[in-house]
Design a protein around this ligand. Structure first.
Ligand SMILES: [Zn+2]
Length: 308
């Protein structure tokens, strides 16, 4: 059964009127989710504890965000505001991914999509970055391993931006394979193919940089030639997706050309891997996506495929 995790607090995270990461994004995502039949929608998520955040974040950073949270909006980085409700939204965004991971282990074929704000994949151990406060997907992956639920997690990040935060958190860790497809060179500047992990984690970071203008065909080749063989060798116990929808051809934020059906195709490829290696377990977590129409259609296809 596919379960969508959502919490109304996510809508209260307020980046200001001109900011592209707006509550209307999530409104569009949830409208799309509600149009898909045969799935469960959870409307309240728990907050992650400070211990859970500390699985990937420095205690000083967690304390700083908590301290700055108040009645006035402050900037955590030039792109990342902390509004009065942002801390609670960020705790619940991370908490929803923890809940989704636990749900995925409760029964075979349990899959989840976390419709969260703020997003997470740019957040580094000691700083907010690129609209992200806490790294939701990384906290979920680290939780799964700590609880001894599993030995190996594969994270596939198809957001158009490189997941600098997720990469940093697991760079020397052979238990978490981080695979990222992204426009390059581009924000945040990292994600060259030479960045491949270090120490015991060498080979477990896989970066697939894409030139502006690249579309479905190049992504298809990346899946068949690199991503699927890597996942086959790794044999993960859980596959997680950093599901951004900003590599879509109509997205205003970047210059890649993926079509709407291709988001269904990528989901299907990952689903096939999950069915082969990890009892069908997939936890997908919303990252970017700024053309609401395109994102809605892609989310419908993503969920329709995940619910199979
Ligand atoms: Zn993005």
């Amino acid at each position: 059964m596919l379960r969508v995790f959502y919490d109304p607090t996510f809508m209260l995270h307020d980046c200001g009127p001109e900011h592209p990461e707006s509550p209307s994004r999530l409104r569009a995502v949830m409208e799309a989710a509600r149009s898909v039949g045969g799935i469960e929608i959870v409307e309240e998520c728990r907050e992650a504890s400070e211990d859970e955040l500390a699985l990937v974040h420095k205690p000083d950073y967690i304390a700083k965000v908590k301290r700055l949270s108040g009645e006035k909006t402050v900037m955590l980085d030039p792109d990342t505001p902390l509004s009065p409700h942002s801390y609670r939204a960020a705790l619940k965004a991370a908490g929803s991914v923890i809940e989704a991971v636990e749900y995925s282990f409760r029964a075979k074929g349990n899959r989840a999509f976390c419709a969260v704000r703020p997003p997470g994949h740019h957040a580094e151990p000691d700083r907010a970055m690129g609209f992200c406060i806490f790294n939701n997907i990384a906290i979920g992956a680290a939780h799964a391993i700590r609880r001894n639920l599993i030995d190996r997690v594969a994270i596939v990040d198809w957001d158009v931006h490189h997941c600098n935060g997720t990469q940093k958190m697991f760079y020397d860790n052979p238990q978490v394979m981080v695979i990222s497809l992204h426009q390059y060179p581009f924000y945040p500047g990292t994600g060259g193919s030479f960045e491949a992990g270090e120490a015991a984690g060498l080979g477990y970071t896989i970066n697939l940089p894409m030139w502006p203008g690249v579309g479905d065909n190049e992504y298809r080749m990346a899946f068949s030639d690199i991503i699927l063989p890597a996942i086959q060798n790794f044999k993960p116990d859980l596959i997680m997706i950093s599901a951004g929808f900003d590599a879509h051809k109509d997205d205003p934020m970047a210059y890649l050309n993926l079509t709407t059906p291709f988001f269904g195709e990528m989901t299907r490829e990952i689903l096939a891997m999950a069915n082969r290696f990890c009892g069908g377990r997939i936890v997908s977590v919303l990252e970017g996506g700024y053309n609401l129409k395109a994102m809605s259609k892609c989310v419908v296809l993503h969920l329709e495929t995940l619910k199979e």
